[in-house]
Every structure is written in structure tokens, then in C-alpha cells.
Design a protein. Sequence first.
Length: 70
Amino acid sequence: MQGATALLQQVRMGRGNNASSWLVELLKRKPPKLVAVALANKIARIAWKMMMTGEPYKSRSAAPALANAA
């Protein structure tokens, strides 16, 4: 929750240049505390998956950029 809240503060102050579109759109529709819980949940699910599979983190936003470069 601490990390999610800190990230949301940066995004809301205009310093979250690399924030996902999912997060920005959710902030437009929902209260900030609810968005912080959703973001913390998403972070926890990603971390759990990485620990269980041993795979490195793969950002979904990086995939289209790599596909266009080829």
C-alpha cells in the first residue's frame, strides 16, 4: 500500500510520466484510495507470479515497442 500510495501521489502531481494508461484512466473514474488498493493488489499479484515462476518482470507496454522495432 505504501508504494502504491507514493506512486499515486507522483501521478496526481504530474510527475508520473511513465504511469500506465490503466492507472491514469482508473484515477479519472475512482477515488484515489480505492485506486491505491487496486494498484497494490496488482503489484502483489505480479510479485507473486514472479516468485512462483522465477520469470523476470515483463512490462506489457514494452512489447508493442519491441514489435515495431523489428
